[in-house]
Design a protein. Structure first.
Length: 218
């Protein structure tokens, strides 16, 4: 009954990867943002959106948390800690930090004020100064997360277990690579991030999700 709306070339990649990790069946609708199909599920025309029976929701991080809770105890991997635990508290902290500080305050500023003005000049305005500030902020926040990984000595954000927070972080790091915000000038921080990304991207579910990027957009 699960339908994921949105092409994996965009933020829906986070949800495709999550679904592949969970190993649950789903229908993939690879539409582009602001398409008629996207507007059917999200009044803003953004992707991703998830349909679960007669329930609809959007926002990629929220979708992954919902999926993690929905399939807890079913034999699927536990990628979201149970509510009310300290692990869940850390998970929520990481998801909020990555969503707000890396994506919204960093990467999305680049897309909105550098990439999209070239594609939609009447809708978005180029603001180089805002992009520079956003990049500097991204570098600071990534440095905090890299230092946290190094200090913990553990492979993933929540410790020894891979989680939906890692999916979100790795997607942001790959996005940063695509716009040349990575690699960083700091060699030590860069080495931590490269090792972390390689570990996460070596997962079979990541490979299956990446293959969805080659599907034609609707």
């Amino acid at each position: 009954n699960l339908t994921l709306v949105g092409h994996a070339a965009f933020r829906p990649f986070r949800n495709v990867w999550m679904l592949e990790e969970l190993g649950v069946p789903y229908t993939y609708v690879p539409c582009r943002p602001r398409s008629k199909q996207a507007h059917r599920f999200n009044p803003l025309g953004k992707v991703p959106a998830l349909q679960d029976g007669d329930f609809f929701m959007y926002e990629s991080a929220a979708i992954n948390t919902y999926l993690g809770d929905k399939f807890r105890g079913t034999g699927a991997p536990e990628l979201v800690p149970p509510a009310g635990t300290t692990d869940r508290g850390r998970y929520e902290q990481m998801v909020s930090l990555i969503s707000m500080e890396l994506d919204a305050q960093g990467l999305w500023i680049h897309r909105k004020h550098q990439a999209l003005p070239k594609e939609f000049p009447g809708m978005f305005t180029a603001i180089p100064e805002a992009v520079s500030v956003a990049q500097a902020h991204f570098v600071r926040v990534v440095g905090v997360l890299a230092a946290d990984l190094q200090r913990s000595g553990e492979p993933f954000l929540l410790g020894r277990s891979f989680s939906a927070a890692d999916i979100l972080f790795v997607h942001c790091l790959k996005w940063a690579q695509d716009i040349a915000w990575l690699p960083l000038e700091d060699a030590d921080t860069n080495a931590i991030l490269v090792g972390y990304m390689k570990l996460c991207e070596s997962r079979d579910a990541h490979g299956r999700a990446a293959a969805k990027k080659s599907v034609s957009m609707l």
